[in-house]
Design a protein around this ligand. Structure first.
Ligand SMILES: Cc1cc2nc3c(=O)[nH]c(=O)nc-3n(C[C@H](O)[C@H](O)[C@H](O)COP(=O)(O)OP(=O)(O)OC[C@H]3O[C@@H](n4cnc5c(N)ncnc54)[C@H](O)[C@@H]3O)c2cc1C
Length: 99
């Protein structure tokens, strides 16, 4: 079973979105998708980001001397950003413990 998230529907009708997703799954992933099951429209599911950051600076990870911040809220709403931010925070903790 496949789940696909469409962030910007480009004002396409539901049937057109499904058609487009199937086409792109085949084109980009080589997946010839079979039977369509369900479509959910979730308004405001993700924030509309205007200022996308891809790396986090040390002052942002250290809230106080012994408090370190990690998570997508530090960068942007993605798994990659959450991981990068967590890695940065871990580095700051290691540095703190080493000193
Ligand atoms: C609909 C949707 C689709 C998405 N699709 C994608 C995608 O295709 N690709 C992608 O890369 N990213 C996607 N994301 C974003 C991605 O899921 C998040 O950016 C990522 O999971 C954030 O990880 P995190 O660890 O920072 O936060 P979370 O995963 O939100 O973890 C935070 C945790 O802290 C807990 N928590 C909160 N407050 C407290 C408290 N006071 N005490 C204790 N625990 C607390 C929460 O319950 C939660 O478990 C999507 C998000 C949504 C909502």
């Amino acid at each position: 079973m496949l789940s696909v998230t469409v962030v910007d529907d480009k004002d396409l009708e539901k049937s057109k979105i499904i058609e487009r997703v199937k086409k792109e799954l085949k084109e980009y992933c080589g997946i010839d998708s079979g039977r369509f099951i369900k479509h959910y429209y979730i308004p405001h599911a993700l924030p509309d980001l205007k200022d996308l950051q891809c790396s986090v600076k040390p002052p942002q990870t250290g809230l106080a001397d012994n408090i370190f911040l990690a998570g997508d809220s530090q960068l942007n709403g993605s798994l990659n950003a959450a991981i990068v931010s967590g890695e940065e925070a871990a580095i700051r903790v290691i540095e703190k413990l080493s000193n």
